[in-house]
Design a protein around this ligand. Structure first.
Ligand code: FAD
Length: 603
């Protein structure tokens, strides 16, 4: 699928913080073309037919059924969406890939994990870093579902510290093969895969190296038992032991010592796709919860009529809408960046790598925000079902358990929070994003006399957009001062990094939501978007509250005396509403619509 590349300047990764985006320049689900809509529909049909109607099988650890569904997904072409046509895939754009990851996740985390591990970290390292021969040999089989892939990075002693693995790769005397020995753990799809992407260390190299290893029990490969897990019961997760496994030298991925880079880049793509894979799970939970709340009578009234339940339904729908808004905004940025790089003469492989790398900050933000939304939504889903929510006979219980892993794999949320801020600071130091200029301007603004003019906030989102610009000033004020104070040692002030990251996350999510709704209100009218407007305002209100809390925490942790007083005053000024939204009325309005539609109908 071709992507139109306009001459308009596309925001670079992290620049959202210092540049204003026009609402016409954000993309979302309302902008899907016919091909993308068809892709979404066929994914939804597949999930309803083969997965949702059998969700109990996934809870009973029916690994064989997961494998069968994976093969069926392969036959439908769903495993090859992102794979170039030259290697047997459909060669669709990044947005289509995200759509499939999103809608495939609606029924059970078991299947979406198997799907994500295979199409993402199990296949992408070869499409992105493989030689022509490697791609010709392996990718068509992976794209069709004839073979399945798994990704072996984690070891008992190397989790978040992924470059510290002990697995060794020793070159044979004749220089024809490497002999790999070591223990990998938590390997998704291990039980049924034909190929492993394995990371191992050659000699005492600083960095690990990637290899493509065919699964052959005769070649020193053994598996541990299936792990007994809290959730994703039918996703195969095993330890993999390599005992002098012979791997031809031509199966090295990229160059010696490039493994850590491959692993991290594969994870960048994995992170944004994982965020997408937390969306339809939310829609499904909202649908089930609203149906239940409409039907369940207590005190002679459907429980949906209770304000306490409405608040939950409204927050759940808002979370989902916010996640969509940010995920598809970033997905289209990535797709456009890939197209620009290709138009400049880069190969698709190189363009895709650089395109995703560019938005690594956004990928981390999305992974954290959407996995946490999903956790909150499934938790409230259980609460709405009451005692029945605690029962394994209803899908709320498994949804809650399944979603827990999303905060752990693809880099824990702690690691991703720190990465988001760390990468931004690095980009600023390299001059890729100008944070210094805007941070200095904020410092000067703080010293000046505030304007006492009454702003005109009559236009739709005038106040919200103004607030978002001011939230950006909070980040610049806090992060700018922290960098000045601690320099490179900032990374050792983790609680401060986490607070700054929370502010950054709120800004990106809130801005994406307001811009999506503003664009849609312009073309479909304010009335048609009244609920989306309410969700955008409710989310921003919550974002402002979080920024106040995290901003205060950060400021008092490192500033004292006059500096502290000035920054706290700045925080107050930058987070001030002129017209507070009535959040109770907003929640009621949102919940009433979800209740009337018996589910989430904003996608
Ligand atoms: C079901 C499942 C499937 C998985 N699938 C795969 C797979 O297919 N392939 C694969 O390679 N791996 C896989 N993993 C592994 C997963 O990526 C790791 O579990 C994850 O990266 C965390 O590593 P760890 O479990 O060793 O935790 P640790 O790294 O030991 O972390 C423990 C805690 O300490 C925190 N922490 C660690 N380091 C820091 C730090 N520097 N600063 C602050 N906090 C820190 C973490 O955030 C976490 O809260 C899977 C895991 C599970 C549970």
């Amino acid at each position: 699928m071709s992507t139109e590349v306009t001459n308009k300047e596309i925001l670079r990764g992290g620049q959202f913080l210092v540049k204003e985006t026009d609402c016409e320049d954000v993309f979302n689900l309302e902008d899907l073309n016919e091909e993308q809509k068809m892709m979404r529909e066929s994914t939804q049909e597949f999930v309803d037919r083969e997965i949702w109607s059998h969700w109990e099988r996934f809870e009973k650890k029916d690994y064989a059924y997961t494998e069968q569904c994976m093969r069926n997904a392969g036959e439908l072409g769903l495993l090859g969406i992102a794979v170039p046509e030259a290697y047997g895939g459909l060669g669709m754009g990044f947005v289509s890939t995200m759509l499939v990851c999103d809608y495939i996740s609606g029924a059970t985390g078991s299947f979406s994990t198997a799907f994500g591990a295979h199409t993402g970290i199990g296949t992408m390292p070869i499409t992105l870093y493989g030689t022509e021969e490697q791609k010709q040999k392996y990718v068509p089989k992976l794209a069709s579902g004839e073979w399945f892939g798994a990704y072996c990075l984690t070891e008992p002693g190397a989790g978040s510290d992924a470059n510290s693995g002990k697995t060794k790769a020793v070159l044979s005397d004749d220089g024809k093969y490497y002999s790999i020995s070591g223990q990998k753990m938590w390997i998704s799809n291990a039980g049924f895969c034909s190929l492993f992407i394995v990371f191992a260390r050659i000699e005492d190299d600083k960095n690990i190296t990637g290899f493509i290893v065919e699964n052959d029990p005769e070649n020193g490969i053994t598996l541990g038992d299936e792990e007994k897990k809290l959730g994703i019961h039918s996703s195969s997760t095993r330890q993999v032991f390599f005992n002098e496994t012979k791997v031809p030298v031509e199966n090295m991925l990229s160059e010696r010592g490039n493994g850590f880079k491959i692993a991290m880049n594969a994870l960048n793509v994995g992170r944004i796709k994982l965020a997408a894979a937390c969306l339809d799970a939310q829609r499904r939970v909202i649908g089930e919860a609203s149906k239940y709340a409409n039907e369940r009578i207590q005190f002679k009234t459907p429980i949906i009529n209770f304000g306490a339940i409405k608040a939950k339904i409204a927050d759940m729908a808002t979370n989902c809408y916010v996640g969509e808004s940010a995920c598809y905004r970033a997905a289209k940025n990535i797709e456009d960046r890939i197209a620009i790089r290709e138009s400049e003469g880069n190969s698709h492989q190189e363009a895709e790598l650089k395109g995703v790398e560019e938005y690594a900050i956004e990928c981390s933000i999305l992974k954290v925000a959407v996995s946490e939304h999903c956790q909150e939504t499934t938790d409230e889903g259980i609460q709405i079902f009451g005692g029945m929510g605690f029962s394994a006979d209803t899908p709320m219980e498994s949804a809650w358990r399944d979603t827990r892993i999303a905060r752990i794999y693809e880099g824990t949320n702690e690691i991703n929070r720190m990465l988001a801020v760390g990468m931004l600071v690095k980009k600023a130091m390299k001059g890729h994003v100008d944070l210094l200029g805007p941070a200095t301007a904020v410092g000067e603004e703080l010293m000046g006399i505030p304007s006492f003019d009454t702003p005109d906030f009559s236009a739709l989102f005038a106040e919200e957009k103004d607030l978002i610009q001011r939230l950006k000033k909070v980040f610049l004020m806090v992060a700018g001062s922290a960098v000045q104070k601690f320099g490179a040692d900032l990374e050792n002030h983790q609680q401060l990094m986490m607070a700054a990251s929370d502010i950054l996350i709120e800004i990106y999510m809130a801005e994406s939501t307001v811009l999506r709704t503003e664009k849609n209100a312009k073309r479909f009218g304010d009335d048609a978007q009244s609920i989306q407007i309410a969700m955008s305002k409710l989310n921003l209100y919550n974002a402002v509250e979080k920024v106040i809390q995290k901003g205060k925490e950060a400021i008092v942790s490192f500033a004292e005396g006059d500096e502290q007083r000035m920054m706290l005053m700045g925080l107050k000024r930058f987070t001030k509403y002129t017209n507070y939204p009535n959040v109770v009325a907003l929640r009621t309005q949102i919940a009433d619509k979800v209740a009337a539609d018996n589910g989430y109908t904003f996608d």
